[in-house]
Design a protein around this ligand. Structure first.
Ligand code: HEC
Ligand code: HEC
Length: 232
């Protein structure tokens, strides 16, 4: 099991490892500002209830997705943020990749920097979602007839065009992509990979992508959280 970091160039690796140079740290700072901003009809910020994120959110992000008993499906950090916004702040949920979703998610994940990833499959029906995610991971789709495993398992370590194929791990998300000069969410990355095979893309937070998130996070068990990772 290998972090995507190992597959990047020396320069990109150095950029990620240096928290003063890492361009993703700007997003973390934005996330921190949002954490402390009052929004919604209840006149509350995240900090009103959760206080200092360095304490209250420490290591939390390494264990998502989790089982959400009230929704009867897995929940990721993005959806947990929306849940608190709606149910506890009287604020609108963020649309996918909009508003403060990416920086706030990255800020929460960053509080787990260096913590090994683990997901609890014993809760609720997590095992069922894992099964479904695994099936999707090995299913060939699109005009190119490729599965996630075709690239990230069978061909990891090889080059595809100018890109060095990694194991497609999720421990660095949200990542900072140099090409886009922005933070990139996990479901955006999943959708990009699926689009590259010329298959129909499931929506962000759909059952398909949540099942994939459960399964792919599990594949990275033991890798440490690197958010914000830097990628090309
Ligand atoms: C009015 C108080 C309140 C506010 C404001 C609030 N939360 Fe929460 N939050 C809670 C409670 C209570 C829980 C635990 C129950 C639950 O999951 O809904 C929780 C749970 C969470 C969790 C899950 C923690 C874990 O152990 O997995 C995260 C992450 C989180 N909140 C983030 C946020 C963020 C980000 C904001 C601001 C956008 C926010 N919360 C605003 C009360 C609040
Ligand atoms: C045609 C080959 C191909 C297929 C099929 C493919 N990917 Fe990727 N994927 C890539 C390339 C190229 C990258 C960028 C280089 C890298 O990190 O491997 C990437 C990156 C990723 C990353 C980011 C890794 C990191 O460390 O930043 C994840 C996560 C990912 N893919 C998941 C998936 C999943 C899940 C599927 C199946 C739905 C999938 N990929 C299908 C080619 C593919």
């Amino acid at each position: 099991m290998l972090s995507g970091w190992l597959f990047r160039t020396k320069e990109t690796r150095a950029l990620e490892a240096d928290s003063f140079q890492n361009p993703g740290m700007l997003g973390i700072e934005q996330g921190e500002a949002i954490w402390n901003t009052v929004e919604g009809s209840e006149g509350k910020s995240c900090a009103t209830c959760h206080g200092d994120a360095a304490e209250s959110m420490k290591d939390i992000g390494a264990h998502y997705p989790k089982w959400d008993a009230s929704a009867n499906r897995p929940i990721n950090i993005e959806l947990q943020i929306n849940k608190c916004r709606e149910e506890r702040m009287g604020a609108e949920p963020y649309a996918f990749d909009k508003g403060g979703q990416k920086p706030l998610t990255a800020f929460i994940r960053h509080q787990s920097l260096g913590t090994p990833v683990s997901v609890d499959l014993s809760q609720g029906e997590m095992q069922k979602w894992w099964d479904q995610g695994k099936e999707l991971y090995y299913t060939r789709y699109g005009q190119l007839n490729l599965s996630c495993a075709s690239c990230h398992e069978a061909n990891a370590g090889k080059y595809i065009r100018a890109d060095h194929l990694s194991q497609g791990q999720t421990n660095g998300f949200p990542t900072y992509r140099l090409k886009q000069a922005n933070l990139i969410s996990l479901h955006n990355r999943f959708r990009g990979c699926i689009r590259d095979t010329r298959a129909e893309m499931p929506k962000a937070f759909s059952d398909e992508l949540m099942a994939l998130e459960v399964y792919v996070a599990w594949r990275g068990t033991g890798l440490t959280v690197e958010t914000p990772a830097v990628r090309q």
